[in-house]
Design a protein around this ligand. Structure first.
Ligand SMILES: Nc1nc2c(ncn2[C@@H]2O[C@H](COP(=O)(O)OP(=O)(O)O)[C@@H](O)[C@H]2O)c(=O)[nH]1
Ligand SMILES: [Mg+2]
Length: 308
């Protein structure tokens, strides 16, 4: 995370710059939000919420081809004049430059495009696998005029479910060789995926994986809602990408007139409240207090948490 000079921030002038398309000002504002710089919550209250902006989540195991797919989707959207933002959330690692370099390589052609904004965020310190401020950052991007916001996360456990609570459309990317991954996958992800992509369909067993996904999702949903949408792609050759693009748009349209919108807002409010409440709880301080009470021979877990 870049160091932020300890000076007063002129939020109004930052906002003016963002509005004039200044991506440095946007990046700086994201850092200020990540660091909870004084005034950031007042700033967020003043942001508009343009109705045309949509959030799409793309998740799946490392190496499945998420960034390659993101690269092609940017092309589809930028091609029709949309402003596109891509946020890559890296797994909780103090070193997230590796992923950043990989993403840069994959989405290289877009880094200097005036209507495309790409940024990697770390997922450190979050309750789930997302960046703790991803909700606010996505809303900032919306307010800044980005019409399609793609959030790439590494899905290897819980994260996919988290992204589904934020994105209007969740795309889960799997590869034929990831059979073990999908067997290990919690059924939550099967329910929350709006679209499955079987990428690297040039590899054998793509059809088997498709059948497997179908069987598992259908058995998890015996009352027979619509079967999941499954799209086969070879992202490196842009094969299947036009169909994926169509399916994403179809899903976004369906979303527009459904109750899901309220569910999503509820989910966001719940998470932000949780985060605010947890802010005062510091694990190091907890440990110190516990140690002190334990040494004094008067520690009681339930008394302790009710005092907190
Ligand atoms: N054979 C094949 N390789 C692919 C395909 N899509 C992506 N790759 C390669 O898989 C590797 C990982 O891709 P990347 O997009 O970085 O995956 P991510 O970790 O999910 O973002 C890269 O070397 C890509 O070139 C595909 O459809 N077929
Ligand atoms: Mg990637």
């Amino acid at each position: 995370m870049p160091a932020i000079p300890d000076i007063a921030v002129n939020w109004n002038s930052l906002w003016e710059k963002i509005n004039s398309g200044d991506q440095h000002a946007l990046a700086r504002t994201i850092s200020l939000i990540e660091n909870e710089f004084p005034g950031y919550d007042e700033f967020l209250k003043k942001l508009g919420n343009p109705s045309g902006a949509r959030i799409i989540g793309i998740t799946g195991p490392p190496g499945a081809g998420k960034s390659t797919i993101a690269d092609t989707l940017i092309g589809e959207w930028a091609g029709i004049g949309n402003k596109v933002a891509v946020i890559c959330v890296d797994p909780s690692s103090p070193f997230h430059f590796g992923a950043l370099l990989g993403d840069r390589l994959r989405m290289n052609q877009w880094y200097n495009h005036p209507s495309v904004f790409i940024r990697s965020l770390s997922s450190r310190g979050s309750l789930g696998g997302l960046n703790p401020h991803i909700i606010e950052i996505a809303d900032l991007l919306k307010a800044a005029g980005y019409e399609r916001i793609l959030i790439e996360t590494v899905g290897v456990g819980q994260n996919e479910v988290d992204i589904a609570g934020l994105a209007e459309t969740t795309v889960v990317v799997l590869v034929p060789a990831s059979g073990d991954d999908i067997q290990a996958m919690k059924s939550g992800i099967l329910e929350t995926a709006d679209i499955f992509v079987i990428n690297k369909s040039d590899l054998p067993q793509a059809d088997e994986l498709a059948r497997y996904i179908l069987t598992r999702t259908m058995s998890a949903n015996p009352n027979g809602e619509e079967p999941p949408v499954i799209v086969k792609t070879i992202a490196t050759e842009k094969q299947g990408i036009p169909e994926l693009y169509v399916q994403i748009n179809l899903h976004l349209e369906k979303f527009n007139d459904s109750n899901q919108k309220i569910d999503l807002l509820t989910e966001k409010a719940w998470r932000l409240i949780l985060q605010k409440k947890m802010r005062e709880v510091n694990k190091t301080q907890l440990k110190e207090k516990i140690l002190k009470e334990e040494r004094a021979g008067k520690f009681n877990l339930y008394q302790f948490i009710s005092d907190i």
